[in-house]
Design a protein around this ligand. Structure first.
Ligand code: FAD
Ligand code: NAD
Length: 466
């Protein structure tokens, strides 16, 4: 006999598990179906968490090699990649077990298996040993995330031709690594392996990296990454990749039409991700997709079938864990008759390289395109006392404010700690802050965050320290 629930969430990533917990908090008898053996989705298992672990450890490795210059004598600094990977796995395991604990605490029923939608009120779970479990439910929330995009005709083997999952799990440091795509994954993973000793080449189709970011930030970022030793091939197309068992042969063509070849130990394909709608039986149920094959939803996350909802990477919007979480909470509250909502204008983006990149709100290009008149305030970390003291003074803060009202419209930063500092601006902007509000807020000294205050002062050309 089918078990009866008020809500069944398919997918236990940051969208799905957060949604299941919130539904349970709101009094719904809730189940979450997850195909992986562990909870946490892409983010905890093969995304945000393992990548941030390796970014941190590789940065420490690189810093340790430079300690001598700072008057700290250490012995020879050597890499033990196996231990580093174990440390990464430990972080993943602690956090995925943490979600299991939260499910127990909040009385969410966890089903380990692949969920498919048998009818608008039934989810069928197929377990690894092929057992079928039927879940009867009033509401279904699809949160099945995304999967990496392959290049036409080139399959991931995760040994030579890698997706991000393979790049997070290499057994040795490749001598040479080619990365196709200069976006979030390419630049974070490129930084990791370059710090650990690989010669890293990034092949990017556009003439800039990190599309969608403020151009000034993206060109400063490019300059810094080049200085760190990453080699960029911009405006370059990949013609063909040959997997030669022990190496990859990548044929490329630059903007002048010149063809050449890169031979590498591994090639990482990081050209974006696509919605994962496999196994769900959507067509039969009548759930429509949009023109990019993502699940189409209205403002309340409702699909074309009334009691079926979708959130996270499987719908439109930035493919970010915190966006999926916000949607998970909003949809649970909407199902409960409350007024959950997500402010899509204020979703921060952070790239966890060194220095970090952190952005929120409109870019200068978007303001120009929308004919919105704006003022710019900028402050370099070179003039920030904390940044100078800790020898970490690359980058700047840029604030865009409305020319008339002074309301902050966008903040774009590159520098140390900016991934943490962006939260200050997210809160300020949610409250509709003006640049003057920021400029008149006392910031502790000496901190990196004083650069935000100075950038705000600089909107009215009255920065003190530059
Ligand atoms: P997912 O996390 O993809 O979870 C979906 C889950 O559904 C999966 O566990 C999958 O197994 C399960 N599933 C799929 N189909 C079924 C089915 N039929 N039945 C049962 N279960 C199913 N974002 C950030 O904000 N910050 C970062 O630092 C960051 N770093 C990243 C690094 C990498 C290398 C990658 C790949 C991504 C990163 N992201 C980051 C993006 C982030 O991981 C995603 O945006 C986020 O995980 C999306 O959450 P989700 O719940 O929508 O989907
Ligand atoms: P991306 O969209 O960030 O970058 C893809 C890049 O590949 C772009 O620069 C694009 O111009 C380029 N490209 C596309 N086709 C190409 C081709 N044929 N040849 C050369 N270049 C090509 O995608 P991603 O790096 O794969 O990451 C996927 C998503 O995962 C990101 O968009 C982001 O939402 C998420 N993510 C977030 C974080 C974070 O928040 N720190 C980290 C990793 C991943």
């Amino acid at each position: 006999m089918a078990e009866k629930f008020q809500a069944v969430v398919i997918g236990g990533g940051p969208g799905g598990y957060v949604c299941a917990i919130r539904l349970s908090q709101l009094g719904f008898r809730t189940a979450c179906v997850e195909a992986r053996n562990t909870l946490g989705g892409t983010c905890l298992n093969v995304g945000c968490i393992p990548s941030k672990s390796l970014l941190n450890l590789s940065e420490n490795f690189q810093k340790a090699k430079k300690l001598q210059n700072l008057g700290i004598e250490v012995g020879e600094v050597k890499l033990n990649l196996e231990k580093m990977m174990k440390n990464k796995e430990k972080s993943v395991s602690i956090l995925t077990k943490g979600v299991e604990f939260l499910f127990k605490k909040n009385k969410v029923s966890h089903f380990n298996g692949t969920g498919s939608i048998a009818s608008a009120n039934e989810v069928l779970v197929t377990t690894k040993d092929n057992k079928k479990i039927s879940l009867n439910t009033d509401n279904i929330i699809i949160s099945t995330g995304s999967i990496p995009v392959e290049l036409p005709g080139i399959k991931f083997d995760e040994k030579i031709v890698l997706s991000s999952s393979g790049a997070l799990d290499l057994k040795s440091v490749p001598k040479k690594m080619v990365i196709v795509g200069g976006g979030y994954i390419g630049l974070e993973m490129g930084s990791v392996w370059s710090r650990l000793g690989s010669e890293v080449h990034v092949v990017e189709a556009l003439n800039y990296i990190t599309p969608g970011m403020d151009k000034e930030i993206s060109s400063e970022f490019l300059k810094i990454l080049k200085k760190q030793g990453i080699i960029f091939h911009l405006e370059t197309k990949v013609q063909n990749i040959k997997n030669e068992k022990n190496s990859a042969k990548i044929s490329i063509q630059d903007k002048t039409g010149k063809n050449s070849e890169l031979i590498a130990d591994v090639v990482l394909i990081s050209v974006g991700r696509k919605a994962n709608t496999k196994n769900l039986n959507l067509e039969k149920i009548g759930v429509s997709l949009d023109n990019k094959k993502r699940i189409k939803v209205n403002k309340e996350f409702r699909t074309s079938t009334k009691n079926i909802f979708a959130i996270g990477d499987v719908i439109s919007g930035p493919m970010l864990a915190h966006k999926a979480e916000e949607e998970g909470i909003a949809v649970a509250e909407l199902i409960a008759g409350q007024s959950g909502h997500v402010n899509y204008d204020l979703i921060p983006g952070v790239i966890y390289t060194s220095p970090e990149v952190a952005v929120i709100g409109k870019t200068e290009e978007q303001l120009k395109e929308g004919n919105i008149k704006y003022k710019v305030g900028k402050f370099p970390f070179m003039a920030n006392s904390r940044a100078k003291t800790v020898n970490n003074a690359e980058g700047f803060v840029k604030i865009l404010a409305d020319e008339k009202t002074d309301k902050v419209l966008g903040v774009h930063m590159i520098g140390s700690h900016v991934g943490e500092m962006i939260a200050e601006m997210a809160v300020a902007m949610e409250f509709g802050a003006s640049s003057e509000d920021i400029a008149r807020t006392c910031h502790a000294h000496p901190t990196f965050s004083e650069a935000i205050k100075e950038a705000a002062l600089s909107v009215e050309k009255r920065a003190i320290h530059s």
